[in-house]
Design a protein around this ligand. Sequence first.
Ligand SMILES: CC(C)(COP(=O)(O)OP(=O)(O)OC[C@H]1O[C@@H](n2cnc3c(N)ncnc32)[C@H](O)[C@@H]1OP(=O)(O)O)[C@@H](O)C(=O)NCCC(=O)NCCS
Length: 177
Amino acid sequence: MTLRSYKGHLPKVCINTYVDESAVLIGDISIGHDSSIWPLVAARGDVNYIKIGDRTNVQDGAILHVTRPTPDNSAGYPLIIGDDVTIGHQAMLHGCHLGNRILVGMSAIIMDNVTVEDDVIIGGGSLVPPGKTLKSGFLYVGSPVKQARALTQDEIDFLLVSANNYVKLKDEYLLED
Ligand SMILES: CC(C)(COP(=O)(O)OP(=O)(O)OC[C@H]1O[C@@H](n2cnc3c(N)ncnc32)[C@H](O)[C@@H]1OP(=O)(O)O)[C@@H](O)C(=O)NCCC(=O)NCCS
């Protein structure tokens, strides 16, 4: 079963969002409209919550998790992802906060308490260490990531194109069900 309850929390998914039947979503997770969760994604909203916005795609094999509250950090680290975000295949997102119109490259790792501002590209295979802030309008690459350069206007425009492509693709998949 794709959507699994944990401690009374069942993932809430808007009706026009696509969740592949091989994905596993557990616990306190909410996903907005026109988003898509692709094969073999594992998302665990158990010790904190996961919130995903509208028109965001989480591609195959991505792993999403969170960090529990502690006496020193009463909120812990939930995972919050904004609108029109593309999460590439096999990315690992843990207890971080992503804004809107972001591309997370394939196999990138984003750790606790990271903030990614709007309109950012993170290169494939990059590692974003805990607590870092990635500034709006820049490309970040490497392990650990470094700011590589400002994004071009074409690249900023592509962030919405990528999200919209996945909205169209998930609509086709929904017709198959
Ligand atoms: C990040 C990315 C967009 C950069 O593309 P680009 O326009 O070729 O980048 P640039 O040529 O400006 O590269 C800037 C520098 O970063 C390096 N670089 C580019 N991508 C890198 C990556 N993923 N990791 C490490 N370094 C990278 C380049 O070699 C270059 O280094 P140099 O200045 O020493 O020569 C692209 O490489 C990438 O990783 N795309 C991710 C695609 C993806 O995963 N999509 C989701 C699935 S569909």
